[in-house]
Design a protein around this ligand. Structure first.
Ligand code: G6Q
Length: 574
């Protein structure tokens, strides 16, 4: 698929020529026709044996299409790919993000005080804790009503402005931990999240709000991101219109960034800036100051609980033997499904309403990290890399796309995520919810044969439609309760699973050059859309035609299109 010119144009067959990879190919041939139905029938303890537990997370991976021989071979592959050394390289601050020449140290954001992690000769842990302490003081001031707006009113609404890694984590974590924002805060605060360049996002988020009671957190690692700066300027204008004074901004804007100079230029007092570091990737930043909105929502104590969950999973990932190591097992199973079973997707199905933004968060974490076509050395890969992740909370998805997972022609491995206790028990609803989770995994694995269908007196003509092939792999990730600690360990589980996959595929999981080209082309196109006079267009014929059409219709007076819409309505016979 990939054509290259230059030094890195030779496909890299490093991975596929490893003895363990070849052994896995041969192994796959011997297991490809086995059905989970038979594997469970012949091995009554399979469901207990193919499971592992750490940091409050229980992983049942028994409903994957593996035999006793599969995991040892995958572990051999991990060893031949140097996974242990890769892990150590990350934890000790080596520049493993080679294409950006950066260390990758989100694990330092949750390291307890006293631990040492040295980058460029400097221990970064004390700095991390200094920022956490400042965040805690600020959060308490906002939560308690001590932090006053310019006119002396306490803050009622917090709006996080940011995009990508500076948005998806905050939105997901706020939603995931919403329960704790109501329970132990002194006052209820409202939270909104604005990302989109579409002005509607900002306008709808601020509709009906009062600037004198609103606090904006401008989250941008670089403080140079177009969408974020555009929305931040809209927020600035919105505040200035009501408060009429540049000085007022100090009480209504704080920033989270690595770029103090541009924060100051924007007009935010750098005393109200919370820093982080270039060794924190955007999509790995929810546990840095980017999580400020989460900390304001749930309080510093709960935020620290979340960090301990992360840290517990970090420690497990670093030290546990591979055969008991949850992120390693999940990562290796993803490799097995992708490269041997030829699955190109993973569905993430949390049976928890609070995790409604978790699939979207994971999409960035997994796909921006592992959607890569060259190895760390710049050679095109000759194997598939990161699969497409998508999903929705169960049981909603069951009434929509599960049909395809059960009976469609694509093989879609699923991650089911559930909790044993509900935070909001209501009659037997939680049991019903979890019964659905367990039932779905059974239905996917074991299916329903033609004979079983016929035995239920189903007419022959209808029977084929009611057959479920089964043999569809899934993981179950089961936790006790959705606490901040549980959320931290769950996120870290996926972070390190992504790391494991990247190490096997020999790619850079921490850069994101793929988002650049579109941004550059948009910056060239914007002036053509905005220009008063007809600009010469030098795109392809499709893009030129679309731009001309857009220019024509976007300049049509608004009243006219509204009138014509009203006109067509009035033509509808009553
Ligand atoms: C994440 C990416 C990307 C980034 C956004 C926002 O890993 O780097 O999603 O987070 O582009 O960038 P800023 O935080 O610099 O505004």
């Amino acid at each position: 698929m990939t054509t290259f010119t230059g030094a890195g144009d030779q496909p890299d067959s490093g991975l596929t020529s490893l003895p363990a990879y070849k052994a896995l190919q041969a192994h796959y041939e011997s297991v490809r026709d086995l059905h989970l139905r038979d594997m469970f029938a012949q091995d009554p303890e399979r469901g207990e044996r193919f499971a592992a537990e750490a940091a409050g997370v229980y992983l049942d991976y028994s409903k994957n299409r593996i035999t006793n021989g599969t995991i040892p071979l995958l572990i051999r592959l991990a060893e031949q790919c140097g996974l242990r050394d890769h892990i150590e390289a990350m934890f000790t601050g080596k520049e493993i993000n080679r294409s950006e020449r950066r260390s990758v140290l989100h694990i330092a954001l949750r390291a307890p005080a006293g631990e040492q992690i040295v980058v460029d000769g400097e221990d970064v842990v004390p700095e991390v804790h200094k920022v956490l302490e400042r965040m805690a003081q600020f959060s308490e001031a906002v939560r308690s009503g001590q932090w006053l707006g310019y006119t002396g009113n306490p803050i009622k609404t917090v709006i996080n402005i940011g995009i990508g890694g500076s948005a998806l984590g905050p939105v997901m974590a706020y939603n995931a931990l919403k329960y704790y924002s109501h329970n132990d805060s002194h006052r209820d605060l409202a939270f909104h999240f604005v990302s989109n360049m579409d002005p509607t996002d900002f306008v709808e988020a601020t509709r009906g709000l009062h600037p004198e009671e609103t606090l904006f957190i401008i989250c941008s690692k670089t403080f140079g991101t177009l969408e974020t700066l555009t929305n931040a300027h809209a927020a600035r204008a919105w505040c200035l219109r009501a408060l009429g004074n540049e000085d007022a901004l100090k009480r209504h804007f704080v920033a989270v960034s690595t770029n103090a100079e541009d924060v100051a230029k924007f007009g935010i007092d750098t005393a109200n800036m919370f820093g982080f570091w270039d060794w924190v990737g955007g999509r790995y930043s929810i546990d840095s100051a980017i999580g400020l909105s989460t900390m304001i929502a749930v309080g510093p104590h709960r935020f620290r609980e979340m960090l301990s969950g992360f840290h517990a999973m970090d420690e497990h990932f670093r030290h546990a033997p591979f055969e008991e190591n949850l992120p390693v097992l999940m990562g290796l199973l993803a490799v097995w499904n992708t490269n041997f079973l030829d699955a190109s997707m993973v569905a993430v199905l949390p049976y928890a309403e609070y995790l409604n933004r978790f699939p979207a968060y994971l999409q960035q974490l997994t796909m921006e990290s592992n959607g890569k076509h060259v190895t760390q050395d710049g050679h095109p890969v000759d194997y598939q890399t990161g699969p497409v992740y998508w999903g929705e909370p169960g049981t909603n998805g069951q009434h929509s796309f599960y049909q395809l997972i059960h009976q469609g022609t694509h093989l879609i491995p699923c991650d089911f995520i559930g909790f044993c206790q509900s935070l909001n028990p209501l009659t037997n609803q939680h049991d019903e919810l979890m019964a659905n989770l367990f039932a779905q995994t059974e239905a996917l694995a074991f299916g329903k044969t033609y004979e079983q269908v016929i035995a239920e007196d189903i007419p022959q003509w209808q029977a084929p439609h009611r057959v479920f092939e089964g043999n569809r792999p899934s993981n179950v990730i089961l936790l006790e309760r959705l606490t901040p600690y549980a959320l931290g360990s769950l996120i870290a589980l996926y972070e390190h699973s992504v790391f494991t996959q990247g190490a096997i595929w020999q790619i850079d999981s921490f850069d994101q050059w793929g988002v650049e080209l579109g941004k550059v082309l948009a910056s060239l196109t914007a002036p053509e859309l905005e220009s008063e006079s007809e600009p010469p267009l030098n795109h392809d014929s499709s893009t030129n035609t679309l731009i001309r059409r857009y220019r024509k219709l976007s300049r049509q007076p608004r009243g006219l299109s509204e009138d014509s819409a009203a006109g067509s309505d009035s033509e509808v016979p009553s």
